[in-house]
Design a protein around this ligand. Structure first.
Ligand code: DAH
Length: 341
């Protein structure tokens, strides 16, 4: 039995237990009710009386040794596991809850607003339910001008005044100029509505960002430089822009801006219909009539404005082919975009 005790001491000494599970294994093997130590105690009862003294002492020493060894293994496993238990929230659910992702329109809107706010623009907003003055008349749309038809309006009320869903965010230009004096430098994000049949390429509501800068001596060159910087920031430093003459009632001169196609780099591909260019926004110098309508003297101040469709730019960025995807809220589609975490 003495040999057995010696062998066991060696075995215990060799036992490696660097994890808490291993320490527990050690405890069960040697110190539990059915463990080796208790088995030896049982055997000890049977030994002849003349050996009891020596064996008893050896057995006791072994017990002390194993207990001490257990305590030290336990301590080092706990400290080496390096877990700071105070930082563990035991009330937390074991199953994690799915978290939504940001809507692609919001991602691109935020990106665009960030670019303009870095250039000194502040964000302004206005109501979606508007009157004729803010959406049309103040913006130099004459009463029977066909430009009003271009915008297939949803009317809410026709008498005594026209109340309607705004067809563009240009109405926020008027709202801001009515209550602020120049210098004015704003970008206005928001939802707009048009009475269009819903298809892959058109929707009855969509999102725009309007830009407006009014100050002394603002020129078309200022507009061009701001838009060039915007295009490079959003689509990459290689991006080129081109301005084509166009018509809007509220700007004179007016232009439409194209960027070099970011798919083919301007070589020509099916996406840009082989032209190498894609249109992204309308812009121009604010018409003096608009400044006057808002109580700003066009002899002292000038300014530029621009307006862009967020869906259009999101399509360019993410190659979404069907506009309806943006409003159907199919989670399989939405989950493909940046997590909201
Ligand atoms: N309001 C125009 C639209 O909805 C976009 C636009 C064009 C806004 C030119 C502007 C601008 O401020 O200068 O189609």
């Amino acid at each position: 039995m003495l040999d057995k005790i010696e062998a066991l001491r060696g075995e215990v000494n060799e036992f490696k237990a660097d994890t808490q599970a291993k320490v527990e294994e050690f405890r069960i093997k040697y110190l539990s009710k059915k463990g080796i130590l208790n088995q030896l105690m049982e055997e000890f009862r049977e030994v002849p009386n003349d050996q009891k003294k020596t064996l008893g002492q050896a057995l006791n020493q072994l017990k002390v040794y194993i207990t001490e060894r257990f305590n030290s293994l336990k301590e080092s496993a706990e400290s080496s596991s390096n877990v700071d238990f105070s930082s563990i929230d035991l009330t937390r659910s074991a199953t994690s809850f799915p978290i939504g992702s940001r809507h692609p329109i919001s991602i691109i809107r935020n990106d665009i607003l960030k670019i303009f706010s870095d250039m000194g623009f502040t964000v302004a907003e206005g109501p979606e339910i508007e009157d004729d003055w803010h959406v049309f008349s103040s913006l130099n749309f004459p009463a029977d001008h066909p430009a009003r038809d271009m915008q297939d309006t949803f009317f809410i009320l026709r008498n005594p005044i026209d109340v309607l869903l705004r067809t563009h965010t240009s109405s926020v230009q008027t709202r801001t100029m009515e209550r602020m004096r120049p210098p004015i430098r704003i970008v206005c994000p928001g939802r707009v509505y048009r009475n269009e049949a819903i298809s892959a390429r058109a929707h009855c509501f969509f999102h725009q960002i309007e830009g407006l800068y009014i100050d002394k001596q603002v020129s078309f060159a200022d507009l061009k430089q701001v838009l060039l910087n915007f295009a490079k920031q959003l689509f990459g430093a290689e991006t080129k822009i081109r301005l084509r003459p166009s018509y809007f009632p509220f700007t004179e001169p007016s232009a439409e801006m194209d960027i070099s196609c970011d798919i083919c780099g301007g070589e020509g591909c099916p996406f840009c219909k082989q032209t190498g260019w894609v249109e992204i926004l309308g812009c121009g110098m604010v018409d003096p009539n608009v400044l006057e309508a808002c109580g700003i003297d066009p002899k002292i101040y000038s300014g530029y404005a621009f307006g862009l469709g967020i869906e259009r730019i999101t399509n360019l960025k993410y190659k979404v082919k069907d506009l309806r995807m943006f409003s159907e809220n199919d989670v399989r589609f939405l989950a493909e975009f940046e997590s909201a975490r």
